[in-house]
Unconditional design. Structure first.
Length: 521
């Protein structure tokens, strides 16, 4: 039998274990027999109040037999745990949906839960739990319907996983962070200043802007700066860069008789070299900090050329860990002060750079991620409570058939939330694709968040409303349907009681008529 979350593997077993404990308590105290006593008293009292004439006694006995038979049937099917329908821990499993980071997830079982559940929490779950026949059938049917519907729904591109992974991509190596800042200060800033001053409009530059986007000159790896003569190919750093070999034909400012340990590459080499270039280092750092982000980009957009793929990853890393501008006249972080004044200056700069919209979007995204991860756990705990309290519902309903249907619909309603969450996921992914039809624009959502956070916040709000609103809507519909089903079953059984009630009324009328005639005589 399949369940819908890691936690539900254990809450299902514990819920039905609590059911058995509570049922044993009700049996031991004799409470389970009180509904039978109530049936006997009601079927004696109600006809007796109606009168003494007619076939009241026979109808009352017939009604009593029918209600007792129904009550015994409910006890057998929905009350007493049965060994015939035992729930074995070995039969429970959870198949996580595939994601970008885990396209072929391992099926979780109670023995190998792929989580801390069962090892450091929710330990001691029984191997086998006896369940009433009716509730076992409800669980099996609900699980089968859920997974049949999910299998039938179309698959969805896992864009949210990419978003989460992209947020993790950053620079953890302080030497790489320093190298990025050097490139920013000694290559990008002078080149961008030259480009802004000259405002070139050649056909080659126009073609590059059409290929890589109009915002290409706005970041360190600009192809306009790399491929246009006189920009990155003509500029070198002011001092040697660790890792770059000395080349006599290039590093002419050094004495070839006593060459330095490292050389000074051109900015185009420094950025684009396939082995030790800065872009390659950023891609490697992204794969280390964000679980193979460059591979995820290929999965999402397999048609991207390698240059655009690596550019997208590098831009994400730079957006999450932006370089600091500095030169020889000012100390690192572009400040001429130190101590508390320096800290205050950096704090103010960081606050202004963040902006209200970006902060709100980030906080909302974090909240949404936590809520989406917590919803299956809430579902599992609610089902545990429902299973544990079912014995009280069975007894307090006086073993009615309508209770069986109402309880079955309640369990099915909560378990069907998993289907609704998958539907919400599918809608969410398609909304992302519709709002960002160009994958490059979707990547810019992370590389330049200030221009896209309002749209991203809108997407998050819609997603949150779907994940929370669809279960609420579904639960309301099923609550209305369950109420009407219960009323229909009660109406269907009412003729049995109405016959006795009518007989009692007729008997009372006959008795009053006879008594009236006797008084007249």
């Amino acid at each position: 039998m399949n369940v819908d979350s890691y936690l539900e593997l254990f809450t299902t077993l514990f819920g039905w274990t609590f059911y058995g404990i509570l049922w044993d308590v009700l049996v031991g105290t004799g409470i389970v027999f009180l509904p039978f006593l109530g049936i006997l008293i009601d079927n004696w009292r109600e006809p007796a109040e109606g009168g003494e004439f007619g076939t009241v006694t026979g109808l009352s006995l017939r009604r009593m037999e029918i209600e007792l038979f129904i009550a015994l049937l409910v006890v057998v099917l929905a009350g007493q745990p049965a060994q015939l329908t035992a729930l074995n821990a070995a039969t429970l499993s959870y198949s996580p949906p595939p994601t970008l980071t885990n396209p072929d997830p391992v099926t979780a079982t109670v023995a190998a839960s792929q989580s801390t559940f069962g090892s450091t929490g929710f330990t001691g779950s029984p191997e086998t739990v006896n369940i009433p026949i009716w509730w076992y059938a409800v669980l099996a049917a609900s699980s089968g319907i859920n997974h049949a519907v999910i299998e039938g729904l179309p698959s969805a591109a896992d864009m949210r996983t990419y978003e989460q992974q992209a947020r993790l991509a950053t620079i953890t190596d302080p030497r790489l962070r320093q190298e990025v800042s050097r490139f920013f200060s000694e290559c990008y800033i002078p080149t961008r200043s030259k480009y802004q001053s000259a405002q070139p409009t050649s056909a080659a530059i126009t073609g590059l802007l059409q290929t890589y986007g109009p915002d290409d000159p706005d970041w360190l790896g600009s192809h306009v700066y790399q491929e246009t003569p006189g920009y990155y190919d003509a500029l070198r750093p002011s001092s040697a860069v660790v890792g770059w070999d000395y080349v006599a034909a290039r590093d002419t400012e050094y004495d070839s008789a006593e060459p330095p340990t490292w050389g000074k590459p051109y900015c185009s080499e420094w950025w684009a070299d396939s082995d030790i270039g800065l872009r390659q280092k950023l891609v490697t750092e992204a794969d280390l900090t964000a679980g193979g982000l460059s591979g995820l980009v290929v999965i999402i957009a397999p048609f991207l050329a390698s240059d655009k793929q690596y550019d997208a990853v590098a831009r994400v890393v730079l957006a999450n860990a932006p370089p600091s501008w500095s030169n020889n006249d000012l100390v690192t972080n572009n400040t001429g002060t130190s101590g508390l004044i320096s800290d205050a200056e950096r704090l103010i700069k960081g606050g202004l750079a963040t902006g209200g919209v970006i902060t709100a979007s980030a906080l909302f995204s974090v909240t949404m991620t936590a809520v989406l991860q917590g919803l299956p756990m809430v579902q599992a705990v609610l089902l545990l409570g429902m299973y544990a309290l079912l014995p009280m519902l069975v007894v307090l309903s006086r073993y009615s058939i309508s209770m069986m249907m109402t309880g079955a619909m309640a369990i099915f309603t909560v378990k069907f939330w998993s289907v609704l969450w998958y539907l919400a996921l599918w809608v969410d992914q398609n909304l992302i694709l519709a709002m960002y039809p160009d994958v490059n624009i979707f990547f810019q959502m992370f590389a330049n968040p200030g221009e896209h956070d309002a749209k991203r916040m809108l997407l998050n709000m819609i997603t949150m409303s779907l994940y929370l609103g669809l279960p609420l809507l579904w639960s309301g519909i099923m609550g209305w349907a369950g109420l009407h089903i219960g009323r229909s079953l009660a109406t269907a059984a009412s003729p049995l009681g109405r016959t006795t009630e009518d007989a009692g009324k007729q008997g009372a009328q006959i008795g009053r008529a006879v008594l009236s005639k006797a008084l007249k005589k």
